[in-house]
Design a protein around this ligand. Structure first.
Ligand SMILES: NC(=O)c1ccc[n+]([C@@H]2O[C@H](COP(=O)([O-])OP(=O)(O)OC[C@H]3O[C@@H](n4cnc5c(N)ncnc54)[C@H](O)[C@@H]3O)[C@@H](O)[C@H]2O)c1
Ligand SMILES: O=CCCC(=O)C(=O)O
Length: 488
């Protein structure tokens, strides 16, 4: 059964107009909690639509870069205000489209608004330095210029925060944007862009084209008039994007997966560590790049930690994310469900012990959605697939260790390096962890997830192209430095 009456069709946004794709094809965006419910129809665009969007962004860039930083910042304040007026509607759309609980979706939308305001303020900050020249009569200084047209390619798991943490700095530093959201959350993306339109952003400054990654995403990578590409998503796609961008000399930035460890030492506050492991690993149904995946627990407190963790995991209420009683919603798509179930099967086949969960939930209404139980494994050895690969689902692997040194070696023994936590009261252990863990986000006595918009964010190793997003770090990607020498 599909509910097709009164379902709105969302259009592309090109040169300040809402337009259909040239293909005349649309795709349904469905609710992962009730797969028969269509949240909206979104455009299945072609390269021709992308070309129009790029041409609009290219035309708009001269006027936009001529505005002062504070004037561009004013537009961001207006977008933030428009989003604030529509916060509940946007959050509800996000919940219905990708399944995170309504409070989480509302928190993310509020975060998007705060990011806009932060970067609005950045429009007033300095963009260069005066550097002493060897010529006593010369003046040497740096200034920054925008890249031009920036392609923004984003995933479905943070459908408001991630597009905004890319588009807000792109805009305030004088770039124009071609935005390709994940098709799974294109309705939520359209609502964010509606707020930009409501704010009166000049035509062509932001353009949105929805469609498949292989056509629109790849089209952005290959387009000669796109000067920079900022991508967040999987490693597989990120590597392709990096290679494509490098081949034609475009600037690029990739933020990708994680396999994030938590270390629990014997002196830890165990209640805190248990709560943080559950929150960091299972909120958003484990679909955060920063989600806790591997939990290294010192052998002296292992049994106690396991008992306390399981007692709490068993209480987790799984269900429709709009239900205020629900703590954990569905996975975002059928594909995501199948991937997570296949990792769980692999864990069992490779000899890990399934302590709790592991099943798809199909009782009553749940059968219409992509629900899986929160899942906990133990006896996970370091080379098992579930200890190495990003699962992106509510699956925790408990691993017993004797010492911090052993935990650090095992924690670092993966290709990823995004975020990591430790629970301990010992300052020496904290310092060893800070120095030796291979992760871009290092958290002490706090869960592995939780990114603050004013601080740099990005990974080490294969989690990133080694650049950083957010905070003042964003200026490094979205501008180019010019060194100027002046002599009268
Ligand atoms: N490090 C971070 O900041 C961060 C944040 C959120 C998510 N992620 C990662 O994102 C992944 C989950 O998101 P996903 O499933 O949407 O990722 P994905 O790589 O499948 O898709 C991301 C985006 O790339 C597009 N795309 C797909 N193929 C493409 C191609 N050939 N060329 C250009 N674009 C293409 C998609 O349509 C989508 O818009 C996880 O690995 C997660 O860890 C990382
Ligand atoms: O999915 C990646 C972003 C994670 C994040 O924003 C957070 O942990 O708060």
């Amino acid at each position: 059964m599909s509910v097709e009456t009164m379902v709105k069709t969302y259009l592309n946004y090109i040169d300040g107009e809402w337009v259909s794709a040239s293909t005349n094809e649309v795709e349904p965006s469905i609710n992962p909690a009730k797969k028969y419910e269509i949240v909206g129809y979104v455009q299945k665009s072609s390269k021709k639509d992308l070309d129009k969007a790029v041409a609009a962004a290219k035309k708009a860039k001269q006027q936009w870069r001529k505005l002062s930083g504070p004037a561009r910042g004013e537009y961001l304040f207006k977008i933030a205000n428009a989003m604030e007026r529509r916060i509940d509607e946007i959050a509800e759309t996000m919940t219905r489209e990708m399944g995170k609980t309504f409070p989480e979706a509302k928190g993310e939308t509020a975060r998007g608004i705060a990011i806009l305001r932060y970067y609005a303020g950045e429009g007033m900050r300095k963009v260069g330095d005066v550097i002493p020249s060897t010529d006593s009569e010369g003046l040497m200084f740096t200034t920054r210029v925008p890249l031009g047209v920036v392609g923004v390619i984003t995933p479905w798991n943070f459908p408001v925060a991630i597009p905004i943490w890319k588009m807000a700095p792109a805009l305030v530093f004088g770039n124009t944007v071609v935005f390709k959201p994940a098709q799974e959350t294109a309705v939520t993306a359209a609502k964010v862009v509606e707020c930009m339109d409501e704010a009166g952003l000049p035509s062509g400054v932001v353009n949105m084209v929805t469609g498949s990654g292989s056509v629109i995403g790849q089209g952005i990578v290959d387009h000669p008039d796109i000067n920079g590409i900022t991508f967040t998503g999987s490693n597989q796609v990120g590597k392709q994007i990096g290679q494509g961008a490098l081949a034609r000399g475009a600037k690029y930035q990739l933020e990708m997966g994680g396999k994030n460890p938590v270390i629990v030492l014997e002196d830890a506050d165990l209640d805190l560590a248990v709560d943080a492991t559950i929150s960091g690993g299972l909120r958003s149904t484990g679909q955060k790049c920063t989600a806790t995946s591997r939990v290294f627990v010192q052998s002296t407190v292992y049994d106690q930690f396991k008992e306390n963790l399981l007692a709490k995991v068993k209480q987790i209420k799984v269900g429709d994310s709009m239900d205020p009683e629900t703590w954990m919603g569905p996975l975002a798509s059928e594909k995501q469900l199948q991937t997570v179930l296949s990792y769980i099967r692999k864990g069992i086949e490779e000899g890990a012990t399934l302590l709790y969960g592991g099943r798809r939930l199909e009782e009553r209404e749940l059968k219409n959605g992509f629900f899986v139980e929160p899942t906990v494994f133990e006896n996970v050895s370091p080379k098992m697939t579930i200890a190495q690969e990003e699962i992106f689902g509510p699956v925790l692997a408990l691993i017993k260790v004797d010492t911090l040194e052993e935990a650090l070696i095992l924690a670092n023994d993966v290709q990823y390096g995004l975020s990591a936590s430790i629970f301990t009261k010992d300052i020496g252990s904290m310092l060893s962890f800070i120095n030796e863990i291979e992760a871009g986000l290092v958290r002490i006595n706090a869960e592995s997830a939780g990114v603050e918009l004013q601080a740099p964010f990005g990974g080490m190793k294969q989690s990133s192209s080694h650049s950083r997003e957010q905070g003042q770090a964003a200026i490094e990607f979205f501008t180019a430095i010019k060194t100027v020498f002046v002599k009268a």
